[in-house]
Design a binder for this molecule. Structure first.
Ligand SMILES: [Fe+2]
Length: 139
């Protein structure tokens, strides 16, 4: 395993985080009705968390000597109006993120970088928790 593969996968994760920042900020701005009371803070917190995650992943790429992507993952961000559609889009996004971090974990284990492993594991677990929570909200 070369650093090159690891940097590629970290960049994939970074692209999803950059997309998540946009998506959650967008839904925080557009959420309407009674659900705004709970979902505006929720989407804002998710946007901020994605910013924190993106900073951790970008720093890891820098440390490995790679070039971090500056463009978000190209999957379209759907402009939707209903809160159920926003939550469904959130679930899709979190599932994608959890998938990528799940693929990253064994790669980082192979690379033998304990600090990086701990940092990425925290993000991975956060994404998995989000998938579980959204799964309960969407059903
Ligand atoms: Fe994240």
């Amino acid at each position: 395993m070369t650093n090159e593969h690891l940097i590629l996968k970290l960049n994939e994760a970074l692209g999803w985080e950059l997309r998540a920042i946009n998506m959650y900020a967008h839904y925080a701005a557009y959420i309407r009705g009674i659900h705004r009371m709970q979902l505006e803070p929720h989407f804002t917190a998710e946007a901020n968390e994605s910013m924190v995650h993106s900073n951790i992943v970008r720093s890891a790429i820098v440390k490995l000597g790679g070039v971090a992507v500056t463009e978000r993952n190209p999957m379209p961000i759907e402009h939707v109006s209903s809160y159920t559609d926003m939550l469904a889009q959130s679930l899709i996004t979190e599932m994608k993120a959890a998938e990528v971090y799940g693929e990253l974990m064994p790669m980082i284990e192979d690379a033998g970088d304990a600090d990086l492993y701990d940092a990425i594991e925290q993000i991975y677990l956060a994404e998995v928790r989000s998938v579980e929570e959204l799964g309960r909200l969407v059903e």
